[in-house]
Design a protein around this ligand. Structure first.
Ligand code: HGY
Ligand code: MN
Ligand code: MN
Ligand code: MN
Length: 414
């Protein structure tokens, strides 16, 4: 189909969603099930209905906007992404994929295109770990990897667990068991997302065809030393929990840099120093570890090496280290046939593209547990994301949407 996606439409939807924000003037913050996020959900559902989509929602708040095909009993084709954000974020991470899905189905409808399988635009609940420290809650539940018992273990900083929050919002917990999707029940899922690196921009390419989605392993780590006087305790006799933590951090960075896999990252993003006082040697330090890799075995090898390094630091410094793994996801390889469709659409439209790896995880990482997946990346300016500086040209999202539309239509007629 030659129809061109409208950059103006895409801009309008993104700018309107962006008004639902709890930190105006300091980037965009739309945390799961807070007022701005609920308002944004309502706006997207209203826009889906204006497009003639049938709107449904499951027991964890995944939203489905359904455009029926001529054979709606066949496994449908999905597209979509998330509308929740990290703190002080930009306006494109996640939202671009939802809006591209809306624009793709608008074009398909207005062109009167015929297709057999239904096409569904999905808003996945809580892709970001912002509220409950674990990402992809909606897609994780769809993949049967987050049941109600697991959900009770998710507690936010206010001490409220996910089922409590869902109940307060009138979600029926009895429906939680209905959420998982059986393998084969969805024909395939294509997600458009911003690149969140500088790879496409530097290469001068408009579209990234994702080969593999890296997966995180997450730890909470607690280092316990001996809190004591900053002046009275000599350098030889102190057991400094912060210095030990720094040594662990630098060792982790070195292990990630020296990894033999195609793409590895390791990040310490959250640190708490106790008692956090100028003249007291920290007795306890708690921090997060986020390790990503495109190869699960390489990630496991890195974790084993890290644990060996930590044992050495414990002995040398006389500290105790507790490492609690609370998540260990599998990297997701995208479906080659779907990737080929995306590439064919790019070639046919004269849109430049290249294959890429996603260092960021996405809902497609979990959706791939029950359906073949593919992702279409569009360039991030200066490679910046998870920041108010995040930017992607609307024309690039429109080009990606054209490719998305072609791919969805091709799959819906298979
Ligand atoms: O952390 C991630 O990769 C994603 O942006 N939530
Ligand atoms: Mn409007
Ligand atoms: Mn993100
Ligand atoms: Mn995202």
């Amino acid at each position: 189909m030659t129809k061109q996606a409208s950059a103006a439409n895409i801009r309008h939807w993104l700018e309107t969603i962006n008004t639902y924000n709890s930190t105006p003037g300091a980037g965009t913050t739309r945390v799961l099930f807070t007022k701005p996020e609920m308002e944004a959900r309502q706006y997207v559902k209203d826009e889906m209905r204006k497009l003639g989509l049938t709107v449904k929602e499951d027991g964890i708040g995944n939203i489905f906007g359904i455009l029926p095909g001529r054979q709606p009993e066949l496994p449908p084709v999905w597209t979509g992404s998330h509308i929740d954000t990290v703190l002080h974020a930009g306006m494109f991470d996640g939202m671009s994929g939802v809006v591209a899905g809306l624009e793709a189905v608008r074009l398909i409808r207005s062109a009167g295109a015929t297709f057999e399988r239904s096409i569904v635009v999905v808003v996945y609940t809580s892709e970001e770990p912002t509220r409950f420290e674990l990402g992809c809650l909606g897609s994780r539940a769809l993949a049967g990897k987050l049941n109600l018992a697991d959900a009770y273990k998710l507690v936010d900083k206010g001490g409220r667990n996910l089922p409590e929050v869902l109940t307060e919002l009138d979600y029926d917990l009895a429906r939680f068991a209905e959420i998982p999707i059986k393998p084969g029940a969805v024909y395939g899922a294509v997600e458009l997302h911003i690149d969140q690196t500088g790879v496409l921009e530097r290469a001068g390419k408009t579209v990234g065809v994702v080969k593999t989605i890296c997966a995180p392993t997450n730890f909470d780590i607690e280092v316990t030393g001996c809190q004591s006087h900053a002046g009275g305790t000599s350098m030889e006799e102190r057991r400094d929990a912060y210095a030990a933590s720094c040594e662990i951090g630098l060792a982790l960075e070195k292990l990630a840099r020296e990894s033999d896999s195609e793409y590895t990252t390791a990040t310490i993003g959250r640190v708490e120093v106790c008692p956090n006082a100028v003249n007291v040697i920290p007795g306890k330090v708690k921090f997060s570890i986020d390790i990503r890799d495109c190869d699960f075995d390489a990630k496991e090898r890195l974790v084993a090496r890290l644990k060996a390094v930590i044992a050495g630091i414990e002995a040398k410094r006389g500290v105790q280290v507790s490492l609690t793994e609370y998540n260990n996801d599998q990297p997701m390889h995208c479906n080659p046939a779907m990737m080929a469709k995306i590439e064919a659409a790019c070639r046919q439209r004269g849109i430049s593209y290249q294959k890429v790896i996603s260092g960021a995880f996405h809902d497609s990482m979990l959706v791939g547990e029950f359906a073949p997946v593919a992702m279409i990346f569009v360039p991030s300016k200066n490679g910046i994301s998870h920041s108010a500086e995040e930017w992607t040209d609307f024309a690039d999202i429109a080009a990606g949407t054209d490719v998305l539309m072609d791919t969805l239509l091709a799959m819906a007629n298979e």
